[in-house]
Design a protein around this ligand. Structure first.
Ligand SMILES: [Zn+2]
Length: 198
């Protein structure tokens, strides 16, 4: 039986957040819907989530568990965040020296999903998923991106991709993610099934 791992990015409360939208919370919901749909298609699914620890421990435990379980492939679920500098305010550093601290505000203009990969095999899975996911959540310049420095992709032995499921700072993205979560999950499921086709 094909074994799919789903990693919920970050520990609880440590990911991107804007207003009522929380990266970990959104992806807990999305992972549940994806897992149900994949199981209905006959796949074995393990969801990896260590919400009560810090971010680094979450990552280390996830990598260890994924490698120990020997899953066939892993999808790591995340959300993006975009902020802009809107001004500066006077603040004091730890030595009592005054400095100008940038004031950040959510930037609602950045939007869209993309899928990140490291290896050539990951590239194939990323493209399969992005084809559906980016149609639902457009806006990024590239639908897939290769990045070498992400531990969840480079330290796991299986084929692994990281999906950025829109920006928590974009009201348009968040409307799609929260109100059309079934379609979001279908994007992953259809992409995974395409990838598995012989
Ligand atoms: Zn993230």
């Amino acid at each position: 039986m094909i074994h799919c791992g789903i990693d919920i990015g970050h520990a609880a409360g440590t990911g991107a957040r804007c207003g009522r939208y929380d990266e970990h919370e959104l992806n807990v919901q999305l992972a549940g819907v994806i897992a149900g749909k994949l199981r209905a298609r006959g796949l074995r699914v393990t969801v990896y989530d260590f919400p009560a620890v810090d971010n680094r421990t979450d990552l280390n435990r996830t990598v260890g568990a994924v490698n120990a379980d020997g899953v066939d492939f892993l999808i790591s679920l995340h959300s993006d965040c975009c902020q802009r500098v809107v001004g500066y305010e006077l603040a004091y550093d730890e030595f009592g020296e005054q400095y100008e601290r940038p004031v950040l505000e959510a930037d609602p203009r950045a939007r869209g999903a993309h899928v990140i990969y490291t290896s050539a095999a990951g590239c194939k899975l990323a493209r399969c998923i992005a084809r559906y996911l980016v149609a639902l959540l457009p806006g990024r310049a590239d639908s897939t991106v290769q990045r070498k420095g992400l531990a969840i992709l480079s330290r796991t032995k299986c084929v692994a991709v990281l999906g950025e499921n829109g920006f928590v700072t974009s009201p348009e993205d968040m409307e799609i993610v929260t109100e059309r979560m079934e379609e979001m999950a279908d994007a992953y499921v259809n992409g995974i099934l395409d990838y598995l086709l012989p």
